[in-house]
Ligand binder design. Structure first.
Ligand code: FRU
Length: 505
């Protein structure tokens, strides 16, 4: 991570602050950490530089929410010190006080984080796993004096995600972490969160174009059937994503309490760049990284949040005093489509809490070669639901946060079976040479049509295509005055079955 940042002017930079996505008020953030739902509150901790808006001084920032949409920032939860930076990790509610950190009737929340030991510290150069606990619902944290609790003497061992595994006859804590430069997920077990025993390793497999980071492992019902569970192993990697830079891949399979066994054959060894399109990606856009799921989410929901940025240019995005938003929270499920099982993602808060009743609707219109700005649909923070049926056009779609024909294109090329996000004319792109891009994801028509739900915000578009079977998340930095919504078709016709533009407060 380089720490050179561009210095945007305060006026424009503040106008990019999102309405629907979390940002730290005045500082830098990256990975979501320690996501947990506890006593009616969603806790979002995150990699935070409390002193600046570029990466450094890594500590855990903290925010809470009751609706996954509006967040309240709290003081730094776990701060770096002279010995260690506090890298990514997770939190569990140790309801049976297995760790012994509880007090009286209060069971502890236990954070398992990576100590990135600093030069001059007793473990200089090592990354090892450490504990901190909270007895006040996650607001103040005490580091365990016996840290680190798991040290392999490795410089690249990080990002522990811990969950309670219940195997019927016995239950225990399982940690999934990475040996980042070995492209390997390592699994450990423990009875007390303090002593850990190696279970197994997974990888290298599929995409290995960059270090493996921030893994997660959880079961999900297949097509909603609680009797038929499948395990999902997610692994973020940087760089090596399908459109360049940071991204997250996933594997489906089984977990027997010791080993993760993938369903389909995975490629082993070094990545073949030509096969990137065959792997399963959490999101095909360029700004969805370090995705991780909540512990103890209500109603057995599997909810995830990702960092909405990309290490290729993260320190340079033109915002101040804050830098980097989180993605919307997403609910993850597993569905069979065309005989293939895949992860499906929906915005977790779709309850319309922010919806303005003013919405623009249109149906049954054929577009001809060209761009048509939709009168009455303009806005800066919107949900757009659109369904297209292809005609003779080789490409068609939406132009968002636009100025006439200029803006961010979200389109379909049916002949190539691709969904695209083209941000080459999305506004400011000059702050880093690799930001400007036209990115693609594979997509197939369903019953002859393409359905997109797009969340537009002051500095992002998040596309949920075909009811969340394919997602693309990208940052954009449009002028405040670029508010048009347009539809377009290139070299032919396409039909808008329906479009609804909902303004969000
Ligand atoms: C991923 C990552 C993690 C690490 C953290 C440091 O973005 O590199 O592997 O724990 O960020 O901030």
């Amino acid at each position: 991570m380089d720490t050179l940042a561009s210095t945007p002017t305060a006026a424009t930079a503040e106008s990019y602050r999102p309405a629907l996505h979390y940002t730290a008020k005045n500082t830098w953030l990256n990975d979501p950490n320690g996501l947990i739902f506890h006593e009616g509150v969603y806790h979002l901790y995150y990699q935070n530089n409390p002193l600046d808006n570029v990466w450094g001084n890594m500590s855990w920032g903290h925010a809470t929410s009751t609706d996954l949409l509006t967040w309240t920032e709290h003081p730094v939860a776990i701060a770096c010190d002279a010995n260690e930076d506090i890298f990514s990790g997770s939190i569990v509610y140790d309801r049976r006080n297995t760790s012994g950190f509880g007090s009286g009737s209060v069971a502890p929340l236990v954070a398992i984080y990576t100590s990135a030991f600093k030069p001059g510290s007793p473990y200089e150069g090592v990354q090892a796993q450490s504990l901190a606990y909270s007895l006040d619902g996650g607001h103040t944290w005490t580091k365990y004096l016996g840290n680190p609790v798991l040290n392999r003497g490795s410089a690249e061992f990080r990002d522990p995600k811990v969950f309670r595994y219940d195997g019927g006859t016995e239950s225990y804590w399982v940690m999934v972490a990475v040996e980042a430069t070995d492209f390997q997920v390592v699994l450990y077990r423990s009875d007390d969160l303090k002593h850990w025993e190696l279970l197994s390793t997974f990888g290298p497999a599929n995409a290995t174009g960059g270090v493996w980071e921030c893994p997660d492992l959880f079961p999900l019902p297949v097509d909603g059937d609680p009797e038929n569970l499948k395990w999902v192993l997610t692994v973020n990697l940087n760089p090596g994503g399908p459109n360049g830079g940071s991204a997250g891949q996933y594997f489906l399979g089984g977990f027997d309490g010791t080993t993760f066994i993938p369903d389909s054959t995975v490629t082993e060894g070094l990545q073949d760049p030509d096969r990137l399109g065959e792997y399963q990606w959490l999101d095909w856009g360029r700004d969805y990284y370090a995705a991780v799921s909540f512990s103890d989410a209500p109603d057995n929901r599997r909810l995830m949040i990702a960092w909405m940025n990309n290490w290729e240019y993260a320190n340079h995005i033109p915002t101040a005093p804050w830098r980097s938003p989180m993605s919307l929270a997403r609910e993850i499920s597993l569905q069979t489509s065309d005989g293939k099982l895949c992860l499906v993602q929906q915005p977790a808060n779709d309850r319309g809490g922010l919806a303005d009743p003013e919405s623009f609707c249109l149906s049954g219109t054929t577009m001809h070669d060209g761009v048509q700005v939709l009168p009455g649909a303009a806005g800066t923070v919107q949900r757009i639901d659109v369904s297209f049926t292809p005609g003779s056009a080789e490409e068609f779609g939406l132009i968002l946060r636009g100025d006439g024909a200029k803006g961010t294109r979200v389109g379909i090329r049916p002949g190539q079976a691709t969904l695209l996000v083209d941000r080459r004319e999305s506004g400011r792109t000059d702050f880093h040479p690799s930001f400007s891009s036209k990115d693609t994801a594979p997509i197939l028509a369903r019953n002859g049509s393409y359905d997109l739900t797009v969340f537009v915000d002051h500095c992002s578009v998040e596309v949920f295509a075909q009811d969340g079977q394919v997602t693309m998340t990208e940052l954009i930095f449009p002028a405040e005055t670029s508010t048009d919504v347009a539809v377009y078709a290139a070299a032919g016709t396409a039909t808008i079955n329906s479009i609804k533009v909902t303004q969000l407060a």
